[in-house]
Design a protein around this ligand. Structure first.
Ligand SMILES: [Fe+2]
Ligand SMILES: [Fe+2]
Length: 167
């Protein structure tokens, strides 16, 4: 599988996490439509899902920055628009990830409203970011890097992702 296919497949994995999280967020409404209907159980499930999601997102960004970004820099494309967007998008995600991770490290009794809002913000930002990569960055990579290199980078990316997700 070449690098673009590996990254696209990983986007699907991240979208699965987003759907699962959004499903869990529905728990904030109980049977009576009370928006504060969190239970100890549903809060704990959300926290566990968020930790798994942040781990998957961290692995994905790591591969994009350490493998894709590096290859594009080496190809001399440092100032090209899609690459600038990739960097900017990742810095934006980093801020939201740190905010959410800080909340997850906090006491379980911290207010759920903040955690829910931070989760929804990150889901929205990530969806837009992935879409932008798929429409702009990935076609750019295909037109910039030779096929043989994309294959080689794809194997490297797949190995790095699987080792990050296992460790
Ligand atoms: Fe990205
Ligand atoms: Fe991505």
């Amino acid at each position: 599988m070449d690098l673009v296919n590996v990254l696209n497949e990983d986007h699907e994995r991240l979208r699965w996490h987003l759907l699962r999280l959004e499903g869990q967020l529905q728990q904030r409404y109980d049977e009576k439509g009370d928006p504060h209907g969190w239970t100890v159980r549903s809060e704990s499930v959300l926290r566990d899902q968020l930790k798994e999601f942040l781990r998957a997102l961290g692995a994905h960004e790591d591969v994009e920055e350490k493998i894709l970004f590096k290859a594009l820099v080496e190809a001399g494309t440092l100032d090209v628009h899609p690459l600038k967007n990739l960097e900017h998008g990742h810095r934006q995600l980093d801020v939201q990830v740190r905010r959410l991770a800080g909340m997850l490290d906090g006491a379980p009794s911290s207010p759920m409203a903040g955690l829910v809002a931070a989760t929804m913000d990150l889901c929205e930002t990530l969806r837009a970011h992935m879409q932008e990569e798929e429409y702009s960055l990935f076609p750019f990579i295909r037109s910039t890097l030779p096929e043989a290199m994309l294959q080689k980078l794809g194997s490297k990316a797949a190995a790095r992702l699987s080792s990050r997700l296992k460790s």
